[in-house]
Design a protein around this ligand. Structure first.
Ligand SMILES: *Cc1c(COP(=O)(O)O)cnc(C)c1O
Length: 441
């Protein structure tokens, strides 16, 4: 069976474009593109047979299907030859039952999808493997790609740099100077990318990289390139697969540029269209109150205005003018969507409170957990709901956030769960007294 996928305009303009063409916006109306699959061809295989195929491939070593993205290759990017694929075994991350934290919130079924347990420590790897593989396919078929480039709040650049290095493609990353974590800055440097640090915010970097893509033949690796979303959408398929093909009731995801939530919806859409599932979950996007343009739109009948994003510990979602705003709003309308926001204190305390139950959360996951706490308190989420929180990055990429939290050094945060080392002389009695008082409390 030949499976086909092409770019189409999200606003419905006629015409389609090959996935191997460097094109990011509709030539007629300027809107974003999306990848459209030949669903009739995919429907020739029954739903149950797709499930069995995906289960057989899941986390095995037969190239390239052991990657949980490429294990669903026919649904993702059938045009890429296996020899062009650049994969570091993405997806297949743990979806664990957060029993203790759920019980604290009066929820029997709270689950955390730990997308940060990935090659570069964030869910961005799910999409980047697809984008860089397509670039390699272009180069193999004689296309000219001088370099791949992205603007980034940190995790995109780490992911792009790693996959480009693995695929031997030059990478350029453009970062807002001083606004990404030390770990996020080290990653693209270590992988040999050209790192340009600009005195602006993410939105300023995004404007420049779009111009480079338009004027200099540099291939754009931001999520406005909808190839990335094809990889990212596997997260919803994978969650359902991990629940033995059952759909959860609520999925909570932190949102910045809003490619992620659009991809989440696209995965559920595709499973619905191909008959694997028959109902939809409710989707909640969580934003930092300092960077909340989607939240403001939600509260204003979906009327969107870009804003200037302010400083937030959730630096990867510090975005005031999200590229995928229209896609995200369409997704939320279909998924009975909710947008919630979290202040700096709320996000930091939610992350720390959940850490006390054994997690180690990045600030973006803190935003999602804070949204969960608020929706539970308002009884929008009820005790019987099966809730999945998507944790987008590894907590170890944000150790400064943790250190400052516990040292009460974060701006606008009053820590409720600070825990500091007890400094003692090397004296047995002093240690014993400290152990006694710890055991008593
Ligand atoms: C990129 C990112 C997000 C947001 O994803 P968008 O597609 O930009 O909405 C959330 N959390 C982390 C850790 C990220 O790196």
């Amino acid at each position: 069976m030949q499976y086909q996928a092409v770019f189409r305009c999200i606003a419905g303009c006629p015409g389609e474009h090959p996935l191997l063409e460097p094109i990011y916006r509709c030539p007629s109306c300027g809107n974003l593109l999306e990848v459209a699959h030949d669903l009739d061809a995919l429907r020739e295989r029954a739903a149950g047979s797709w499930m069995r195929l995906f289960d057989e491939r899941y986390k095995r070593t037969v190239w390239p299907y052991g990657s949980a993205v490429w294990g669903k290759k026919e649904w993702v990017c059938p045009a890429v030859g296996d020899e062009s694929i650049v994969s570091m075994d993405e997806g297949g991350t743990n979806l664990f039952w957060a029993e203790r934290f759920g019980a604290e919130l009066g929820l029997d079924e709270l689950w955390v999808k730990q997308c940060g347990n990935s090659h570069t420590g964030s869910f961005k790897d799910l999409g980047m493997t697809v984008l860089v593989s397509v670039v390699r396919q272009m180069i193999r078929s004689g296309g000219k790609v001088r370099a791949v480039a992205c603007a980034s709040t940190g995790d995109t650049s780490a992911s792009l740099a790693a996959y480009a290095a693995a695929g031997n493609v030059p990478a350029i990353v453009i970062l807002p100077r001083g606004k990404v974590s030390a770990a996020q800055l080290m990653q693209p440097l270590a992988n040999g990318a050209t790192v340009l640090a600009l005195d602006t915010d993410f939105d300023g970097c995004m404007a420049i990289v779009q111009r480079l893509a338009n004027e200099e033949g540099i291939y754009l690796a931001n999520s406005m390139n909808s190839l990335r979303l094809e990889g990212q959408k596997t997260v919803s398929i994978e969650i359902v697969q991990q629940f033995d093909w059952e759909v959860p009731d609520v999925v909570i995801i932190p949102g910045g540029n809003l490619g992620n939530v659009s991809a989440l919806g696209a995965g559920f859409d595709m499973m619905t269209e191909l008959g694997l599932i028959t109902r939809r979950p409710r989707i909640v996007v969580a934003q930092a109150a300092a960077a909340n343009p989607l939240y403001l739109a939600y509260r204003n009948d979906w009327r969107f205005e870009p804003i200037e994003a302010r400083t937030t510990q959730a630096s990867a979602i510090r975005i005031g003018n999200p590229v995928s705003i229209e896609k995200a709003i369409r997704t939320l309308k279909r998924y009975n969507g909710i947008v919630e926001q979290a202040t700096e204190s709320e996000l930091a305390n939610a992350a720390a409170r959940a850490d006390r139950t054994g997690m180690f959360n990045c600030p973006h996951t803190g935003v999602a957990l804070a949204a969960l706490i608020k929706l539970r308190r308002r009884r929008v989420i009820t005790p019987g709901d099966r809730v999945v929180v998507i944790s987008t990055a590894h907590g170890l990429k944000f150790t400064e956030f943790k250190r400052k939290y516990h040292e009460t050094a974060l701006d606008d945060v009053t820590p409720e769960h600070a825990n500091l080392p007890v400094e003692l002389p090397p004296d047995y009695d002093a240690v014993r007294r400290a152990v006694d008082s710890a055991a008593a409390s």
